[in-house]
Design a protein around this ligand. Structure first.
Ligand SMILES: [Zn+2]
Length: 240
């Protein structure tokens, strides 16, 4: 689905990945679930591109519902997969995230699990080799994405800021649709290792000044980073 002329989304409001389209190729941010491969190919085709145009995959963090087709792109197409050093072990499957404690409802949780099952998320393919990135790096990839460290959801959670397309992919630093409760609107994401640290990181996000805020789960927002960060903070206060 097209978000703007140089931005597309792969997946849906349950699980999403993003494409940044530039003259020198395509940067993929996150890799959804393994079964999103066909959706990836379809989105590329809709933009007049192919898998051969993909120059790199940047993972916002190492959780399994973001690794999807990353290893397939790496192994079969030689595409580098980049992740923050502190989440590299998670992306390689060497380190499991802590288990979830927090609110959940049966319907939305079942939908999340059903979507994961439908898209092959129950058999994760970890990434065998990753390139490690650090806070502040400007990546030599289409759109010149910049890495913004947002630890909290996981130690190596990052936002991927692409000023060229006025967007920031935030992974699970926040969500606009809670996968376990179905609640919509900007709010803290579930499965967060360190919720307090995640809220501290929001202040960094607020400073980025990007129009599009693109989460790993939930609808894209064009309200801007400052407004979205403020809403997440308010929501966290009202529910805690
Ligand atoms: Zn996620």
């Amino acid at each position: 689905v097209q978000i703007s002329p140089s931005l597309r989304r792969v997946g849906n409001d349950v699980v999403a990945a993003y494409l940044v389209l530039a003259d020198d190729g395509v940067t993929v941010v996150d890799a959804g679930l393994p079964g999103h491969w066909r959706a990836l190919v379809r989105e590329l085709a809709a933009a007049g591109r192919t898998v051969a145009d993909v120059r790199g995959v940047v993972l916002t963090h190492g959780d399994t519902d973001h690794l999807g087709f990353a290893e397939r792109l790496r192994r079969d197409h030689g595409v580098p997969v980049l992740v923050h050093a502190d989440d590299a072990a998670r992306a390689r499957g060497e380190q499991k995230p802590p288990t979830h404690r927090g609110p959940w409802r049966l319907g939305p949780t079942a939908r999340f699990l059903a979507d994961a099952a439908l898209h092959g998320g129950l058999r994760t393919t970890y990434v065998r080799e990753v390139q490690e990135v650090a806070d502040g790096d400007v990546l030599d990839l289409p759109g010149s994405p910049r890495v913004v460290g947002l630890p909290g959801h996981s130690p190596g959670s990052i936002a991927v800021h692409v000023p060229a397309v006025d967007a920031v992919m935030v992974g699970d630093a926040l969500t606009t649709r809670h996968v376990l409760t179905g609640r919509t609107g900007p709010q803290p994401a579930p499965f967060t290792d360190d919720p307090e640290q995640a809220l501290v990181s929001l202040a960094r996000l607020a400073e980025l000044d990007a129009r599009w805020v693109l989460p790993g789960h939930g609808a894209p927002s064009d309200a801007g980073t400052a407004a979205v960060a403020r809403q997440v903070r308010e929501r966290s206060l009202s529910t805690s």
